[in-house]
Design a protein around this ligand. Structure first.
Ligand code: UD1
Ligand code: UDP
Length: 370
């Protein structure tokens, strides 16, 4: 089997590294492609280093731009790479513009797409990611849903049952594999008792009123807050004249092993990230999600995550409750991870190899008979 793996942003590298490692283990060669959506060392190179990944075989270098620019530019080059290489399967993960480009380019060449982390839905169509994940799912032949909740979302949209495999989420593999390597030395740079904050969602950071409301709420808790700032957020904070808060300890985006150490040791994480909601429950760190919806509702029903919205007063009220109500805090800390057992990458590779072996890794014509 000849797989092509497209991984172009920080979370895609983290979540596809276990799949690449599993292909290495079973001796299957693959091509690794990045569109270049994330290009700065702090969002890409550092993750190759921390996850011990090789340099990509292809880098399209699309860089930053509008939604259409990124999607279209990546598609044109991916089409050429796929046409020349004719992989048996194109593997994508998640919901970025690069995932949309790769899924569309592949399916139109009749190359089967395997979507890792299929079936997540926030039901918020203002999010570019929601559009991307819906289209990627509908372009895919093999859909690796993390849970039964995501499987149901796919079935409700008419995706045939036989295309869907509930396998857990590779974030569990990545977290369990890497937590013992986490750089605990970073903890020496910061106070012992701290909250961890990340923000990068367009809906939150591209609107200054929302961004400042969130930051004021969290700084207003009066605790030390470590805040690794995503470049999208940094650009916004530099453009607007932001109120300074002494207890807000801003840093550059951190490497994966530094970040894992902070996440594991944080009293609580406050975030609008998708992946961090998942990692938090694996590491038993209570999570407060700074959004009005989440495509990870399993983390909420499991009791490890609370949706706090984006309004200053409400965020402050919820965070104060989590931090002062010991029973609630402990129940969040002890919530059970609903995202799998850390063996998801092996399941994914086994399923793909099995389908390939039986000639079933293909886009079937309507009159196909096995
Ligand atoms: C993208 C994904 C988002 C994912 C996130 C992971 C889409 C629509 N969004 O959001 O789903 O959660 O990656 O972090 O695909 N920039 C740099 N250096 C870089 C890359 C970006 O400075 O290496 C800056 C640029 O100013 C750019 C901005 O960050 O305009 C946003 O980057 P982009 O990749 O478009 O979106 P993210 O917000 O990173
Ligand atoms: N992360 C990191 N350093 C940081 C912030 C996040 O290594 O400073 C990692 C984190 O461990 C998680 C991933 O980046 O696995 C999440 O990426 P992001 O929040 O950018 O994207 P999302 O998951 O929302 O798509």
């Amino acid at each position: 089997m000849k797989p092509f793996i497209v991984a172009s942003t920080r979370p895609e590298l983290i979540k596809l590294a276990p799949v690449m490692r599993e292909f290495d283990r079973v001796g299957i060669e693959y091509k690794f492609i990045t569109t270049g959506q994330h290009y700065d060392s702090e969002l890409f190179g550092v993750f190759l280093r921390d996850l011990k990944l090789r340099e990509p075989d292809y880098n399209i270098e699309i860089g930053s731009g509008t939604q259409a620019y990124q999607t279209a530019t990546a598609m044109v080059s991916l089409e050429k790479i796929f046409e020349e290489g004719m992989p048996d399967v194109v593997i994508v993960e998640g919901d970025t513009n690069s995932v949309l480009s790769a899924s569309l380019a592949a399916v139109k060449l009749h190359i089967p797409v395997a979507h890792v982390e299929a079936g997540l839905r926030s039901n918020d169509r203002r999010m570019p990611e929601e559009i991307n994940r819906i289209i990627a799912d509908h372009c895919s032949e093999v859909l690796f849903a993390p849970t039964e909740v995501s499987e149901k979302n796919l079935l409700d949209e008419g995706i045939p049952h036989e295309k869907i495999h509930v396998v857990g989420n590779t974030i569990v593999d990545a977290t369990l594999e890497n937590i013992s390597l986490a750089n605990d030395s970073i903890l020496e740079k910061f106070p012992e008792d701290f909250l961890l904050l990340t923000l990068h969602r367009a809906e939150n950071v591209d609107k200054i009123e929302i961004l400042s409301g969130i930051i004021n709420a969290i700084a207003g808790l009066g605790r030390d807050v470590i805040f690794p700032v995503h470049p999208r957020t940094k650009k916004m904070m530099e453009a607007a004249d932001f109120e300074k808060h002494e207890n807000l300890l801003m840093t550059e985006p951190l490497g994966y092993l530094d970040f894992l150490a902070l996440l594991k040791n944080a009293t609580c994480v406050l975030t609008d990230s998708g992946g961090i909601q998942e990692e938090a429950i694996v590491l038993n760190t209570p999570c407060i999600t700074l959004r009005t919806t989440t495509e990870r509702p399993e983390t909420i029903s499991a009791g490890g995550n609370i949706l706090a919205g984006v309004v200053e007063g409400k965020i402050k009220e919820i965070a104060e409750r989590v931090l002062s109500d010991k029973e609630l805090y402990d129940s969040m800390k002890n919530a059970k991870n609903p995202l799998g057992d850390g063996k998801t990458a092996k399941k994914i590779v086994d399923i793909l190899l099995e389908l390939h072996k039986h000639g079933a890794l293909l886009i079937k014509s309507p009159d196909f008979e096995a």
